[in-house]
Design a protein around this ligand. Structure first.
Ligand SMILES: [Fe+2]
Ligand SMILES: [Fe+2]
Length: 400
């Protein structure tokens, strides 16, 4: 197998790194590119503001769905200053490549290459590949080398860090996995927007990280049909927007919206089996007649079991998004409304969808409930007694 090494600090990994790996695979015919994050770069010994663990996590979360690009953490495991000559020996021993491994370096590193530890040995033991990073001209290099002839992507980790620090746009410059970690861990001086804590009564608040959202999203995608996934995503985005408008935490809204229908495609027997774990067989008359309504309760069980989420506000939002329930909290009301008015639905009144017209969540929620009840009635569809009780309570200004 022909393989090439692409080392660096990856502080953070950005699209330019993946671009170079892709070019080496496509243009030079390598079978595999190994990305190797440095523990301490010999040339940036002071750059320690981001831990090796964070840099490795960002890289691991950013590998594209391409088995030809892999990450090896040998330099981080080895510790100390990361010398390329040691890494080459290690990679050759463990991967047994066919012929010499390739070593991709940017033309920005060419002038100082002769100062690398055992530069001559590196040149003898690898096929050095020089990528354009700063100049489209061929670089003068004192050892045998192969030009990558790649188009220059004007992007560097330093530029990404600076943009984050300055509050300038940066998210599209790094792979999504790295973005989530930067935001979740507040790396490079990232400052998140501040939202008021919502007044939900949940005793256990789940810290909703972007990593968690990405995992739940992947699970939902695998459980439901593509069109159901689009509805879930649309409901998640609507829940996010409603949370921003009504000053709740939008990430919790997004997560609950994304997960609300995760059990919708399960067979009814499986829905009933899961829902039983929630509250025994205390199903309402309507749920007994129409077990598919149990997908909310089943979904809450799935979310708890698969992701360890015990946050009652989030679980309640998923559990009761079908029929609603008197006393449901703000997050549950948001998800109920988002499910009914999300933008992919074609049958929603504009007055209800334009939620900015509503000064408070209860007014919007009541309007959505009224529309839902009217729709069910006009289509002679079954109406849950709980939904009617809830609407009555909202009209009396008593959601408890
Ligand atoms: Fe649903
Ligand atoms: Fe739904």
């Amino acid at each position: 197998m022909k393989l090439a090494i692409l080392g660096g600090s990856f502080n953070p990994v950005h699209l330019g790194h993946l671009w170079l790996a892709d070019a080496a695979l496509s243009v030079l015919g390598y079978d595999r590119i190994i990305l190797v994050p440095a523990f301490i770069s010999p040339f940036k010994p002071g750059a320690r503001e981001t831990s090796p663990a964070d840099r490795l996590d960002m890289l691991a979360a950013s590998i594209p769905g391409d088995p030809r690009i892999i990450v090896d953490n040998c330099e981080i495991k080895r510790g100390g200053v990361s010398y390329t000559i040691d890494t080459i020996a290690d990679i050759r021993r463990r991967y047994c490549p066919a012929g010499k491994p390739g070593l991709i370096i940017g033309d920005d590193l060419v002038p100082a290459f002769s100062q690398w530890r055992r530069a001559e040995d590196i040149a003898a033991e690898t096929d050095i590949i020089i990528a354009h990073r700063e100049s489209a001209e061929p670089a003068a290099f004192p050892y045998p080398c192969t030009p990558l002839n790649n188009a220059i992507m004007e992007l560097s980790s330093a530029a990404v860090r600076e943009r984050i620090q300055n509050g300038e746009p940066w998210r599209s410059l790094v792979p999504q996995g790295a973005r989530f970690i930067i935001e979740d861990r507040r790396l490079y001086g990232y400052t998140p927007p501040v939202f008021r804590e919502d007044a939900g009564g949940g005793v256990c608040r789940t810290k909703v990280t972007h990593e968690l959202i990405a995992r739940v999203e992947a699970e939902v995608r695998s459980l439901v049909s593509p069109s159901r996934f689009l509805h879930s995503r649309s409901a998640a985005l609507m829940a996010y927007d409603l949370c921003v408008h009504f000053r709740l935490d939008p990430d919790r809204g997004y997560l609950a919206g994304m997960a609300h229908d995760m059990a919708k495609s399960l067979p009814e027997e499986e829905m009933m089996r899961l829902a039983c774990q929630e509250e025994g067989r205390n199903f309402s008359k309507l749920e007994q007649k129409k077990p598919s309504l149990l997908h909310g309760k089943a979904g809450a069980v799935l979310l708890r079991q698969k992701f360890g989420i015990e946050d009652e506000d989030i679980l309640e939002a998923i559990r009761y998004h079908t029929t609603g329930r008197v006393g449901m909290g703000p997050l549950a009301r948001v998800v109920y409304a988002a499910d009914k008015i999300e933008n992919s639905r074609g049958d929603v009144r504009g007055e209800v969808r334009d939620f900015s017209r509503f000064a408070d969540l209860d007014s919007l929620f009541t309007a959505v409930l009224e529309d839902t009840v009217a729709f069910l009635r006009s289509n002679q569809m079954d109406l849950s007694a709980g939904t009617l009780k809830l609407l009555d309570a909202m009209h009396k200004g008593r959601n408890w």
